[in-house]
Design a protein around this ligand. Structure first.
Ligand code: NG6
Ligand code: CA
Length: 500
């Protein structure tokens, strides 16, 4: 009897549920456990208290689409020149490719995604058919279900997608999406105000639900989301997924949109911080984390579910101003309000400093992972090979070719992690332990987001990347520059790392 039980629990331990909570533009220090004092995040802090909090955990890139591309494919975004996707981008991932959800499916899991997608939808030649079947998309990549915010919350179309279809679409008011007003000025379809005619909204093109958006849209009025209740909708869908799949192993990505502009949290979070709508939206995200944890607890799943909390890139300190809500300077160090979303690290979203990709990373698995802090260097691109090892799925050389097995670090059994870490922004930089090398970029490409000269930093003495040591350590710089070139031109970072 006893050995039968032990057997059963061993089987469970080899296939715990996995819930990946993926924040959008959440900076390293937007969470209490990493030093935020102006934003209360009790649920994320509690998750961290029961799990492993990484101080050197990275998104694969400093913007959303490239990061998510690498997370799901295990392939570096620079290989395919993946950039922030516009509203009508076709699906960016090859439907035949190995993906993170497919890996879980091969191991017998049910798989789902709820929330922000931003990896394109539809055929590569035709793009998304907003009024028909939106495929290929996540369902063609290994997800059993997908309830999506298809692009970003500051982009059109402002509608939910469930599986292959826009939710609540009235066929008599079809959706048109385009780059120019002429693309969407279709007789009979609902028109939205032209943002260019509103002096407050010149940054945007259309005004939908009173908020400026990137891209033009018309039609689809009955399908429009409400920005102020979308987190409630997504949390509801995530809880439904957990309820439905509670008796079998599942993999769920909850992809939160909260603190990406326009920062439109629900009224009940208004004033939750003194930092304005972005701070309040972070409290909303923390609430969402709490609601998901509670749902797991309700079914007795907390013990044997791996919950990961992380972010797709660092916080923006740049040009994402949002006149229709509140200014984002409220959380930059310049504001003097005591909140710097990047914490000790320099820079943020779009850039190439540590604050660009070094994001919160908490992994909790009460049944197996000892709580604490880890300084191991880990990268989300390595989730694929790590989970492949964990689930006993063999990856061929071509599958997730840049993803390396970092399972021991993720489980807290290796305190060092990856010796080589690629960081992606407008280009590619390299970390080797505490050393960081950023190759110069020409001004017309750098555009204020990348240094114009080669930089070498020693993070062990200079966490803020202030002292460029390029002249003091020319040999170090040269060897890292060479290593970076080799990595970039290698076919597979996994294969390269195994032979060097
Ligand atoms: C940028 C947008 C910004 C944001 C970002 C995507 C401009 C000037 N800025 O191009 O508002 O939408 O794309 O953010 O258009 S991400 O987190 O999805 O990468
Ligand atoms: Ca983002």
């Amino acid at each position: 009897m006893a050995s039968g039980l032990a057997c059963a629990s061993a089987a469970n331990l080899s296939r715990p549920n996995v819930v990946l909570i993926y924040g959008d533009d959440v900076g390293y220090a937007d969470v209490g456990v990493n030093g935020a004092t102006q934003i209360d995040t009790p649920n994320i802090d509690q998750l961290a208290a029961g799990g492993l909090n990484f101080t050197d955990g990275h998104s694969s890139a400093s913007t959303c689409t490239p990061s998510r591309y690498s997370l799901l494919t295990g392939v570096q975004a620079f290989r395919h020149n993946v950039r922030i996707a516009p509203p009508n981008e076709p699906l960016l991932i090859d439907p035949d490719a190995m993906t993170l959800p497919r890996l879980f499916k091969q191991a017998g899991y049910s798989t789902g995604i709820v929330g922000k997608w931003h990896l394109g939808l539809g055929d590569k030649d035709t793009g998304p058919n907003w009024n028909g079947a939106l495929k290929p998309g996540p369902l063609e990549l290994g997800f059993d279900s997908a309830f999506l915010l298809p692009t970003t919350n500051d982009r059109v179309p402002c509608v939910y997608v469930d599986g292959h279809h826009v939710v609540n679409l009235d066929p008599n008011d079809p959706i048109y999406v385009g780059d120019t007003l002429a693309d969407v000025q279709i007789a009979g379809s609902t028109q939205y105000p032209d943002a260019r005619k509103d002096s407050n909204e010149v940054f945007y093109k259309s005004i939908v639900n009173g908020i400026g958006r990137i891209g033009y849209m018309s039609g689809g009025q009955s399908a429009l989301w409400d920005d102020y209740t979308s987190t409630d909708v997504f949390v509801g869908k995530a809880c439904e997924f957990i309820t439905e799949h509670r008796d079998q192993p599942f993999f769920l990505i909850y992809s939160a949109q909260d603190i990406h502009i326009p920062n439109a949290p629900n009224q009940r979070f208004k004033g939750a911080t003194k930092l304005g709508s972005r701070g309040d939206a972070m409290v909303q995200l923390d609430w969402a984390v709490g609601a998901i944890l509670e749902e797991l607890e309700r079914y007795g799943l907390s013990e044997n579910t791996i919950v990961i909390f992380t972010s797709d890139n660092g916080p923006t300190h740049h040009d994402d101003s949002y006149p229709s809500t509140e200014k984002v300077e409220l959380y930059s160090p310049k504001s003097g309000n005591g909140h710097d979303a990047s914490g000790p690290w320099r820079g943020g979203k779009y850039e190439i400093y540590e604050g660009s990709t070094r994001v919160p990373l908490v992994i909790r698995w009460p049944a197996q992972i000892q709580a604490g802090t880890s300084q191991a260097t880990v990268n989300q691109i390595d989730f694929m090979a790590s989970f492949a090892n964990f689930l006993n799925v063999e990856l061929s050389a071509d599958e997730g070719r840049d993803s390396r097995d970092a399972l021991a670090a993720l489980l807290g059994e290796d305190a060092t992690g990856s010796e080589l870490l690629i960081e992606e922004g407008r280009g590619v930089a390299l970390r080797m332990g505490d050393w960081k090398f950023i190759p110069a970029m020409a001004p017309k490409y750098a555009r204020g987001f990348w240094p114009l000269e080669d930089c070498l930093y020693d993070l062990s003495k200079d966490v803020g990347e202030q002292n460029n040591l390029i002249l003091q350590y020319p040999e170090k710089a040269q060897s890292m520059s060479l290593r970076l070139k080799e990595l970039k031109s290698s076919k597979s970072i996994r294969a390269y790392s195994q032979t060097h």
